[in-house]
Design a protein around this ligand. Structure first.
Ligand code: NAI
Length: 479
């Protein structure tokens, strides 16, 4: 049945609900709707085959349907096992003109609560184009789709290493999947890599991976770093998390945040938004940082900056937002207060050492409800861990709201357009979008908020030495 239908979602009967929420979201996503108005007739993405690996939410549904409106063929998977909104996935599979009985939408492989095996199977499905070597473009969030293509091509050249050497349980799964796929269809990943024009990457962690590959000389195709558009990281990472962090904590626990001591690990863009939201609820917020600049920023913003060992025994809520690993260990959790809440909002699940916690002999796990677990230690105290250490704003709530995602996804769509129509400007390497496009994304979101922008006079423009129509800032300006 799956082969006939070429998608896999939890429940197609949720499609009508998903469609209703997509319609509400469209109004809140003026950047994407403006691109549909600008490019819907000329369809500049015609001929593009886009494989997406990005949280399958209502907001992502509006992105997918924008790419389709611009002429692209699209296949999709989520980039996290808990982040799919099943009604959004169902609506995408059914499509605006289909029905649950006659689905006519985009091939999507995503449901909430995938196993890791299922997760990587879904990623492979999104990259598998019947009758074609693969996609022409990847739209990635965290770099897993890009990783699969790179590893697949590498293993076709070198042979698949013993999965036992993979280094982690998850990479073992990837090694096995690639071994099976190469055995079934030798050369498929080499052909896929050759057909890929480029990738656009959504998040800080995925961008780190791309720069690493660029440095090592292993990057196979050009990449656009969407994260570092100002209208992405200074908005989605900050204001998005300001909204969705406490949404996740509230839905998971309903614990009053006011008056509590909350620790935010990392004071980058995500940490700044998290700290502000917890302070907004009346928590006393403490920051941990390794970077003296971010630590100083936190102090000047009025937060105490301490180390984990200073606060581990008396804080009530712990949130990791570093993109780094082993920030909260099993040893830390053993020393926390009874019913301390522990959650992560960074991209991967290794910020909290869940493996280390699970391996301890003095701890037992009871699931309170999906994505909320109480881990009880031998001394009787417990900690409440959200989304098994995976990003809690998408696991326990619905991620960022539409308006902020419209900024991110307008950048994504423009980046896809750039790679598809102007690839000569993007040699192999990691690029950011030019500032005039960043400013365009912001401009598309002003009317909806009633913003009246001041127009530079010719005299003023001459005095500053910049064009009246922008760009207004040099590339090194930090906002
Ligand atoms: P960033 O690089 O701006 O900030 C991370 C901060 O963590 C840095 O200031 C760094 O110095 C600090 N840090 C690193 N190791 C640390 C340690 N051991 N202890 C304390 N602080 C430490 O990155 P950004 O943009 O804030 O992203 C953070 C993570 O969140 C990334 O994994 C990113 O992909 C993810 N992300 C998640 C979103 C979500 O909706 N859940 C949205 C956007 C980004």
């Amino acid at each position: 049945e799956r082969a006939l239908r070429d998608f896999k979602v939890a429940d197609l009967s949720l499609a009508a609900f998903g469609r209703k929420e997509i319609q509400l979201a469209e109004h809140e996503m003026p950047g994407l709707m403006a691109l549909r108005a600008e490019f819907g007739a000329s369809r500049p993405l015609s001929g593009a085959r886009i494989s997406g690996s990005l949280h399958m939410t209502v907001q992502t549904a509006v992105l997918i349907e924008t790419l389709v409106a611009l002429g692209a063929d699209v296949r999709w998977a989520s980039c996290n096992i808990f982040s799919t909104q099943d009604h959004a996935a169902a609506a995408i599979a059914v499509g605006p003109d289909g029905t649950a009985d006659r689905p006519a939408g985009v091939p999507v492989f995503a449901w909430k609560g995938e196993t890791l095996e299922e997760y990587w199977w879904c990623t492979e499905q999104a990259l598998t184009w019947p009758g074609e070597p693969g996609p022409t473009l990847i739209l990635d969030d965290g770099g897993d789709a890009t990783l699969l293509v790179h590893k697949g091509r590498e293993f076709e050249a070198t042979g698949v290493p013993d999965p036992a050497t993979a280094g982690s349980e998850e990479m073992e799964i990837v090694f096995r999947l690639l071994a099976a796929s190469i055995a079934e269809n030798p050369g498929r990943w080499t052909a896929a890599a050759a057909a890929i024009v480029g990738v656009t990457e959504e998040t800080t962690t995925g961008v780190h991976r791309l720069y690493e590959m660029e440095r090592n000389g292993t990057l196979l195709f050009p990449a656009i770093n969407v994260n570092d558009s100002v209208t992405k990281s200074k908005f989605d990472n900050k204001y998005g998390c300001r909204h969705s962090l406490i949404d996740g904590i509230n839905r998971a626990t309903d614990v009053l945040i006011g008056g509590k001591v909350a620790v935010v690990c990392g004071y980058g863009d995500v940490g700044k938004g998290c700290a502000e939201s917890l302070r907004g609820q009346g928590a006393r917020v403490i920051i941990t940082e390794i970077d003296p600049i971010c630590a100083l920023q936190a102090a000047m913003d009025g937060y105490q900056v301490l180390r984990m060992e200073d606060v581990v025994a008396y804080a009530d809520i712990f949130i990791t937002a570093t993109g780094n690993k082993d920030i909260i260990t099993g040893e830390h959790m053993a020393r926390m207060k009874h019913q301390a809440i522990v959650g992560n909002i960074g991209h991967f699940d290794n910020e909290i050492d869940m493996g280390g916690l699970a391996r301890r002999s003095d701890v037992t796990r009871v699931t309170v409800k999906p994505q909320v677990d109480e881990w009880t230690f031998a001394d009787g105290h417990s900690v409440i861990v959200l989304s098994e250490g995976r990003l809690l704003n998408l696991g326990n709530a619905t991620g960022h709201p539409s308006f902020v995602m419209s900024n991110s996804f307008t950048n994504q769509t423009i980046a896809q357009l750039e790679l598809h129509t102007r690839i000569d400007s993007y040699p192999i390497g990691v690029h950011v979008l030019p500032k005039h496009l960043d400013e365009k994304v912001a401009r598309l979101h002003l009317d909806a908020l009633g913003v009246r922008l001041t127009t530079l006079t010719d005299e003023q423009a001459g005095y500053l030495g910049i064009p009246a129509e922008g760009p207004y800032k040099p590339d090194h300006y930090r906002y």
